[in-house]
Design a protein around this ligand. Structure first.
Ligand code: FES
Length: 85
């Protein structure tokens, strides 16, 4: 089965808008999914600059799916969905 790729944006906009809370994923994801999920960080996914004022940062990408106003719960939910759990 293909791995689910998770990219957490740690760019400035996302970080100040709550991305710092997403660091918990570094512990949760390997524990919960083992090697089924590959986690990486991005400097800026290029999403914050579209309509900055209404930015829904922080952003996380789960494969091609963008999770906006991301929280740990929302990201885990999207991973489960993509894994078919
Ligand atoms: S800083 Fe996260 S998308 Fe730009």
């Amino acid at each position: 089965m293909a791995k689910v790729e998770v990219k957490v944006c740690l760019g400035t906009t996302c970080f100040v808008m709550g991305g710092s809370n997403l660091q918990e994923l570094n512990d949760i994801i390997p524990q919960k999914y083992g090697d089924k999920v590959e986690l990486s960080a991005a400097n800026c996914l290029g999403l914050c600059s579209i309509n900055w004022e209404y930015s829904k940062a922080p952003y996380v990408k789960v494969n091609e799916e963008v999770v906006s106003e991301a929280t740990v719960e929302k990201v885990l939910e999207e991973i489960d969905k993509q894994l078919g759990n």
